[in-house]
Design a protein around this ligand. Sequence first.
Ligand SMILES: Nc1ncnc2c1ncn2[C@@H]1O[C@H](COP(=O)(O)OP(=O)(O)O)[C@@H](O)[C@H]1O
Ligand SMILES: [Mg+2]
Length: 325
Amino acid sequence: MAIERANAAGIGEDERKLALNHYDLNSRSLLGKGTEAEVYALSEDLVLKLYAGTNRLGKLEILKKFYDGLDDSALSVRVPRIYSIEPVENLLCVTERRFHGMPLESLIAKASDQQLNAIRPEYLRGVSELANLSVSYNPRTFLLFDEVGKSDIQTGDFHHFIRRMVLDKAESNKDTLSSTVKHFSRKLATLESLLDEPYVGNLFVIHGDYFPGNIIARDPDRLEAVIDFGSFTMFGNPLYDVATACSFFDMYGPRRDVIRDELIETAVSLHGEPSRKWLLAFMSSYALLSCDLYAGNEPLIENGHYAWARDLLNRDDYWKILGCK
Ligand SMILES: Nc1ncnc2c1ncn2[C@@H]1O[C@H](COP(=O)(O)OP(=O)(O)O)[C@@H](O)[C@H]1O
Ligand SMILES: [Mg+2]
C-alpha cells in the first residue's frame, strides 16, 4: 500500500502563527497533535486542523465528501464532519466537528488495571459498531483514497484486493522477510490461499487506523467519537478493522503480546469462533502491508515498526491456527 504520511512537525512557526491569526486563535488553543495535523479548539462545536503543505487538498476533499455521506445515527459513537478546507499560506486549514472528552490514549495511560479491563471490551465494541455506519454512495474503489484506481472494485472482491497488496509487499521486501521470518514462503502461501476465499459480504466502512489515539472518550468505558478516517480507510470485510484494532491497542509496550491475545479472545467472543481465522489472517496481512511503512533511511531490518511486523509474523501459534504446517 503506497501510503505517505504528511508530517505535522513540518509546520513552520511563522506559517502556524499566520494561520492561527486568520482564525483569531493562538497556540494556547492546541488540543492535540497527531501524525498528520495539529488540532486547535475553534469554538465549542468546532476544531481547526492544520496540515503542513497543500498537497493533501484532493484527499481532504474526498474525505469531506465521505464524511458528508456517513450516517452515524445507528451508532453509539459519533463520526467526524468537515465543514471547510482552506489554504492559508503554505498550510491547509480544515474546520471539523468538535468532540468533547479526551483521547482514549490519555485515559488509558492513567487507568487502573480494573478500569483497563472495562476499556478493552468497550474499545472492541466501538470498532465493531462501525459496521453499522451507512454510506450514501456505492464506493468504486476499496481504498477511500485511490487516485489511480488500483483498488477498483470491478477487479475482484475485497479479499483478492488484500491478497494482491500482500503479495506485492512481500515481493518488494522478500529478502528481508525471508531472512527474518521463519518459514516465510510457507506462511505467505497459507495467507494467499486463505485470501483466495472471496469476500461475499457488504462493503462496510473500515476505519483502518482504529487505535486509542483516534478515539475520543468521556470516560474510559464510554466512547464519544471515532476520528481521523482517511489514509487507511477502506470498504470491505469489517473484521479487518477488528483485527487491526486488536494489534493497535498496545503496539509497542512490554505486554503487547498478552494484551493482543486477550483482545483476540474478546473479539472472538463478540464475533464467533469462525472469526478467529480471519482476525489472524488480517493481522498478518497488516503486518506485511505495513512492514516498511515507517522505514526511514536505515536498513529495513533495523526499523522499529519492521521489528513489530517481524515478531507478529513469527508467532507460530497464530500460523498453526491458520493451517500452516
Ligand atoms: N474533532 C475533534 N474534537 C476534539 N479533539 C480532537 C478532534 N480531532 C482531533 N482532536 C485531538 O487532536 C489529536 C490529533 O488529531 P487527529 O485527527 O488524530 O490527527 P492526525 O490526523 O494528525 O492523527 C487527537 O488525538 C485529539 O486529541
Ligand atoms: Mg490521529
